[in-house]
Ligand binder design. Structure first.
Ligand code: PMP
Length: 349
């Protein structure tokens, strides 16, 4: 029995993807072994990587002069690896929440950093056109604070975007982005891979860092500088095919808007639940909400889990609840959550 999984990440995967992997676990492509148990240099494994890269290019309309690579170390590694690959002297960061803060700390280890924005993270601060630094970094969707940057605007410097918790939920405007990265474990697959899509002209094969973390080398070697997380990429390839079957990124966007709009409406029309984020800055993927009486938080979590509505407890830094509405969430999940919330309110208010 599958429950409704509102986890912020790692998050639920499409059921058909799990079933397909299950069916192939003992015997992949008639080899009498799983994909996990053979060389990453096998042409069939290389074909999986190429298929994943091709589908990413198609689904996100990635221009040809951008590299599509699977990096290791998760999105957190990118907070240092992006400055190490791009060798900036100075970076500007738009700060919209906890993950922006981590990007600031990472960049500060390698460059002079200036910042726009500060806590409390309930809106996107106005950002004047940025110039005079080596790049601008921002987080498209703050997973903890539930803040989405609807439009980064145009800038005179390259723009780097952490899209870990929103990639494949809406299109990316490549005229405004030079490097986009995303940890896989929300909308893309299991943990262990960070997707990096970067303009090749920004990359430097001679950057002073380990070759396995060098984006230019990863691009040149098909993301196989060393043994990559093959099983993770194998699952990602299946998730990408699932996105295509469902109608691509525009269908994911429509679902995200539908789900988040109905959940915010339920929160806003109640005095029992609240979300502090300005409507235009609200995330479509992560909906944090507070109960007016925090003494009821534990009871809310207990009762929701008894109904099969899992992992709604909010991040420890903000408290309350958080419903993550990633692509793979079944359509029935948000109506079930709203029904539960209204019932809980009616019995506890
Ligand atoms: N950026 C964002 C926006 C995230 O949500 C997360 C993880 N929740 C990270 C970065 C860090 O990802 P990882 O755990 O893969 O390092």
């Amino acid at each position: 029995m599958r429950t409704f999984n509102f986890s912020a990440g790692p998050a639920g995967l499409p059921l058909s993807v799990l079933e397909s992997a299950q069916a192939e676990l003992l015997d992949w492509q008639g080899l009498g072994t799983s994909v996990m148990e053979i060389s990453h240099r096998d042409p069939r494994v290389i074909a999986v990587f190429e298929s994943a890269q091709r589908q990413i290019r198609e689904l996100l309309a990635v221009p040809d002069d951008y590299a599509v690579i699977f990096a290791q170390g998760g999105a957190s590694a990118m907070f240092d690896l992006i400055p190490q690959n791009l060798s900036p002297a100075s970076v500007h960061v738009l700060n919209t929440g906890a993950w922006s803060e981590k990007a600031i700390k990472g960049a500060q280890r390698h460059a002079a950093v200036t910042v726009t924005g500060a806590a409390p993270y309930v809106d996107v601060p106005a950002l004047s056109p940025v110039s005079g630094v080596d790049y601008l970094h921002y987080c498209h969707n703050e997973t903890i604070h539930g803040v989405r940057v609807a439009d980064i605007g145009t800038h005179q410097v390259p723009v780097v975007c952490d899209a870990s918790s929103s990639i494949f939920s809406e299109a990316i405007d490549w005229s405004r982005h030079d490097l986009v990265y995303a940890g896989a474990q929300k909308n893309l697959g299991p943990s262990g891979v960070c997707l990096v899509i970067a303009k090749r002209s920004l990359l430097n094969a001679d950057a002073a860092l380990a070759p396995v973390f060098n984006f230019a080398k990863l691009d040149a070697e098909g993301s196989m500088v060393n043994t990559p997380p093959v099983f993770a990429v194998y699952l990602i390839e299946k998730v990408l095919a699932w996105i295509t079957q469902r109608g691509g990124v525009s269908a994911m966007k429509a679902a995200a808007q539908r789900r988040s709009t109905s959940l915010y409406a339920a929160i806003d029309q109640s005095d029992f639940y609240s979300n502090p984020v300005a409507p235009a800055a609200r995330s479509w993927m992560n909906v944090p909400f507070l109960l007016a009486n925090p003494d009821l938080d534990a009871e809310f979590v207990r009762q929701s889990e008894a109904q099969g509505l899992m992992f709604l407890k909010g991040h420890r830094s903000v408290g309350g609840m958080r419903a993550s509405l990633y692509n793979a969430l079944p359509d029935a999940a948000v109506p079930a959550l709203i029904q539960f919330m209204q019932h809980f309110e009616a019995t506890r208010a």
